[in-house]
Design a protein. Structure first.
Length: 429
């Protein structure tokens, strides 16, 4: 789905949802998920036009598709490209954050493995990029760039010193070198889009901007060492292919001001590769809401991390997960109960402003998107990629799922986001 604006010629907005919602560890399962969910959404929403998809290719599928040693694409890659083309699907953005097993019990902080300290993270990301480049030329995508979102390096507690972050940057440089070669060979521009997440090695937009300032010279040195580009060209490529993924849920959990989050995500002319439109849970005045506190801690589950941030004036309190918050409250909850608001990294449907007795950060996501839609000059790319990322439908409480089936719920999410886009004057292309 694609929008343009009379006042912004040459600019566009592309919308998709992230297929990590129905992640599968083989190609048959990946296609089956799209038949069950993506195609019904296309029929309801696309009205005969190409329908954008945010592709998730876990490592087993990426390995099956990767064909760097072959002169021609392999049968698996051609099969998936043909499926996209036949069904009018436009794969313009990719999620390479989770390596695999995204919905398995016990995942938690292991979602960061392999980290950007490890060669497997480089291999995996480059395999996704090779597939993405092929799809961009063999399907209805025709994007101005391809975005690949990933985590910012590693889980924060695992960082042993600045040398770890430098090594992460060097490995990102190896990916940027691959992306530069793809584009030089006639492929699309690919933007490695780093995503801040609470308690990661870059936990918020400010920390991510600091890491990018550290990383880009290192990335440029890696590219220049290849010998195919001058030092000046390598610096340009380090900015062209390394950018940000601004996740609205993560930004909200860190209590960022929407305008400041966007400014940090586009600092130093770095590209905003992708904006993930997502919502977190919120609990204002927790001391006065014991029942809602109980609802929140009861949402603990064994798959995903649900980091919690409490705001007490200028102070911030942090918990790595809901059981940690529950334990803190049981020991001595006074510090947490002094907060004026808690926010929890628990993705909830983006059309909702409350879930039971809890609020959501929908207004935060709306404000970031409105700021981005009104400032195309800040994107660093001709197109703004917007991806709905609510991957928690299987663990949501009943009131959050709403009426109907999964496709009905996703349609409600799309309806909300489309209304935000079109209220800013963007028109369906």
């Amino acid at each position: 789905m694609h929008w343009t604006h009379d006042a912004h010629p040459g600019r566009g907005v592309r919308l998709a949802y992230c297929l990590n919602l129905h992640a599968a560890d083989d190609l048959d399962g990946t296609i089956a998920g799209m038949r069950a969910v993506t195609l019904p959404l296309r029929d309801r929403l696309a009205q005969g036009r190409p329908f954008g998809v945010g592709v998730y290719l876990p490592d087993p599928v990426a390995r099956e598709l990767a064909t760097p040693e072959r002169p021609r694409p392999g049968p698996a890659l051609e099969r998936l490209a043909r499926f996209f083309a036949d069904e009018g699907l436009a794969p313009f953005t990719f999620n390479a954050f989770p390596y695999g097993g995204f919905h398995r019990e016990g995942l938690k902080e292991s979602v960061y493995r392999p980290t950007w300290l490890e060669a497997d993270r480089v291999r995996f990301t480059c395999a996704v990029a090779q597939a993405a480049a092929y799809f961009a030329t063999a399907t209805a995508a025709t994007p101005s760039h391809v975005s690949i979102s990933t985590h910012p390096g590693t889980y924060g507690a695992w960082v042993t010193g600045p040398e770890d972050l430098e090594q992460c940057a060097r490995n990102m440089g190896a990916c940027v070198l691959t992306f530069a070669r793809i584009e030089a060979g006639g492929g699309p521009r690919i933007v490695l889009s780093l995503e801040a997440e609470p308690l990661a090695s870059a936990g918020d937009s400010a920390e991510l901007a600091e890491f990018l300032a550290l990383a880009r010279p290192i990335v440029a040195a890696v590219v220049a060492a290849d010998g195919a580009w001058s030092a000046s060209a390598a610096r340009t490529l380090a900015t062209r292919h390394l950018g940000t993924c601004l996740d609205c849920c993560h930004s909200a959990v860190e209590f960022e001001a929407p305008a400041q989050a966007l400014a940090l995500a586009t600092r130093a002319e770095g590209p905003l590769g992708k904006l993930q439109f997502s919502s977190a849970l919120a609990l204002p005045r927790p001391a006065a809401a014991p029942e809602a506190r109980g609802h929140l801690v009861a949402m603990a589950e064994p798959v995903y991390l649900h980091q919690v941030t409490g705001r007490a004036g200028a102070r911030r309190l942090h918990c790595a997960d809901l059981p940690e918050l529950d334990a803190a409250l049981a020991r001595d909850g006074s510090e947490w109960l002094e907060c004026d608001e808690w926010r929890c990294h628990f993705h909830v449907p983006v059309d909702l402003d409350h879930v039971g007795g809890l609020s959501t950060t929908r207004a935060h996501a709306d404000a970031i998107l409105a700021a981005a839609l009104g400032s195309p000059e800040r994107w660093g790319t001709p197109d703004l990629h917007v991806e709905i990322e609510t991957y928690t439908w299987d663990i949501l409480p009943g009131p959050a799922r709403g009426a109907g089936d999964l496709v009905d719920g996703l349609e409600r999410e799309y309806t909300h986001v489309i209304a935000q886009i079109e209220s800013s004057g963007w028109k369906r292309a």
